[in-house]
Ligand binder design. Sequence first.
Ligand SMILES: [Zn+2]
Length: 275
Amino acid sequence: MKKKIFLITCALSMITVASASASSINLEQKPTEASKNVVPMDVPTGYGAMGWQWPTTVTTLSDPFGWTGRRFHKGIDVLVYKQDVYATADGEVIGVGKYGNGTEYVTIKHDDKAIEPGKTNNNLISRYLHLTKDSQKVSTYQRVSKGQNIAVSGNTGAATGGKDNNYHLHLDINNVAKDLPADNETIDPMLFYPNQLSSFKMDGNASNDKELHLYEDEEHSFDVSMMNHVGKEKFDAWFDNLQPHERTRTAFKQHFNISDQLLNEILKKNDIRKR
Ligand SMILES: [Zn+2]
């Protein structure tokens, strides 16, 4: 009993000391321009301050967010086989189902809003793609909580769904409250996880020469442009013959004898950036 009282007294006096010194600092020191911009390393700001949850227990990425050559990857790919997928934050399910190419998905409209100027009225949207067929545990308009199990990851929408390859979870987040965001409307999901960055690693195979992720997304991508050029049958034959990490742009160009110049012409013709 005595010990407890002593501890409480200690704690109280520490708080008193802390608040006293804090207020005296405020009174005596006017912040300079430089000190105003100093942000402590362990205090997340912006999207990092929202406390979003990572969507799986795996932290290996096979493909980061952003440009690779002419292909813009709208989200991140987490190298995960079949595992529970968790809602990254509280919100409402606005989409559950299958895109035309077979990609099974869940889309959540979050309570958290975008922070970019002019977009602060927009709810943030997260999408989870390539889920195992019919594994979704939520339905449209349902409220979900951060960390709630919403589905199982998988490889749906890949060239030949059902094969034991191409398993990954694609997560993308946008700031325009859209189910199918344009390239420039997505946000790097890693901005939401600043305190966990040290635990993430990239898979070596995917780090320099990108894998072709056929039907990664609903809209036409680099991969679809190439398929249009060589024909679906030939493309599939090449694709199915290789392990995921072997399906690189370099390998594709060599196999079909496509020069950089021709590659650019194909992309121009298919105009992958037009929406
Ligand atoms: Zn992806």
